[in-house]
Design a protein around this ligand. Structure first.
Ligand SMILES: [Zn+2]
Length: 360
């Protein structure tokens, strides 16, 4: 469900585990492990301060507006889909209309006042915070679902769609430079953050999301025919990604990554359409020698900048439902004529694909 896959930041991973499975050469610096621990145990207290310093009301406003443009693009996309039946479209639009956008931070902050934190008692702090969290979880039993609750803390650099809540969640941490940069123009921001928003949005309507209705109840609202048509198109993506080599002789297990690969492609198509709609009355011009369209795709590519060791790639190939960053970009843009046009790619060149895939 999550788009930006970070290596587990758990402070509990031992050094030998990280070394053998992920190729880690050394333990992370102490301060990083401490920040991770505080984020894990008192995340919304840390988040409150993070938001105060780094996520201005203007940033909340502009990223919410971007989300609304992406949703409008999705609405148009659903209406125009040739393969979805009118009956299913009706349910899809209903679901789209009820999605809750959670941007930046929760409306109500978690109250940690019952957790005693002592500067000289590391073990005690850890135990007290763990007990607090257990109690908080157990207290939910028998109570109505708290729809304001967040599954990630505000400083987290990640995002998710939750089918049981029918909400998309973008913590402030993922809406910060170098991903979303309020000082930059719309093109790279839509390419980067816009495609993340689009990615999460499509999850509400894919092979998993469609099993839940607008209220988040387990209820498939697709006809068999629609599901068949969806699968037929997704199959194109599965065949494409199954040919990519991740490390040594290992190829992507594209049955495992199918949902994420389809979301990456759909999310980018939606972000591109939304960007065009958001800027339709503006005179866009070249910046630093790149056209607006080129800047959109450069922004897209930059969200996936990463460098992984072979050990890590190997584990991920077997377990991670996301493809490696390189293919989450290259695999998407070869399916977009807009990309080929932006960079004047010619037939027969590596970034041109003969039979393009398209689901959304
Ligand atoms: Zn995802």
């Amino acid at each position: 469900m999550r788009r930006i896959s970070l290596r587990s930041s758990s402070t509990r991973i031992s050094i030998s585990n990280g070394k053998t499975l992920h190729g880690a050469q050394q333990l992370r610096p102490r301060w990083k492990r401490c920040v991770s621990l505080v984020d894990e145990q008192l995340g919304e207290a840390l988040g409150q301060e993070f938001v105060r310093r780094a996520f201005s009301p203007d940033m909340k406003k502009s990223t919410l507006e971007m989300t609304q443009y992406i949703e409008a693009a999705m609405r148009q996309d659903i209406q125009q889909l040739s393969w979805m039946s009118p009956e299913t479209k009706k349910h899809a639009l209903e679901k789209l209309d009820t999605i809750v956008n959670k941007i930046g931070y929760p409306n109500k902050w978690r109250d940690y006042s019952s957790v005693q934190v002592k500067p000289d008692d590391f073990l005690g702090n850890e135990i007290r915070a763990t007990v607090f969290e257990s109690k908080r979880q157990l207290a939910k039993i028998g109570k109505p679902v708290d729809r304001d609750e967040w599954g990630m803390t505000p400083p987290t650099v990640n995002a998710y769609y939750n089918p049981q809540m029918n909400d998309i969640n973008f913590p402030a941490g993922v809406l910060e430079p170098p991903l979303y940069d309020p000082k930059m123009d719309d093109a790279p921001n839509y390419g980067n953050t816009g495609s993340t928003i689009g990615h999460e949005l499509t999850h509400g309507f894919d092979d998993q999301g469609r099993q839940f209705d607008a209220k988040g109840n387990l209820k498939d609202w697709w006809t068999d025919k629609d599901a068949q048509e969806f699968n037929k198109r997704a199959e194109c993506v599965v065949n494409q990604y199954g040919q990519y080599v991740t490390v040594d002789d290992l190829k992507i297990n594209s049955k495992l990554t199918e949902g994420e690969d389809v979301a990456d492609l759909g999310g980018t198509i939606l972000a591109y359409a939304a960007w065009k709609a958001a800027t339709k009355n503006e005179q866009l011009h070249d910046i630093q020698g790149f056209t607006p369209d080129q800047r959109f795709f450069i922004g897209l590519a930059q969200w996936a900048c990463e460098n992984r060791r072979p050990e890590d790639l190997r584990v991920r190939t077997l377990t991670d439902p996301h493809s490696p960053g390189k293919y989450r970009i290259n695999g998407v843009v070869v399916n977009m004529p807009e990309f080929q046009e932006a960079f004047s790619c010619k037939a027969g060149q590596p970034m041109v694909k003969e039979n393009r895939c398209r689901v959304w």
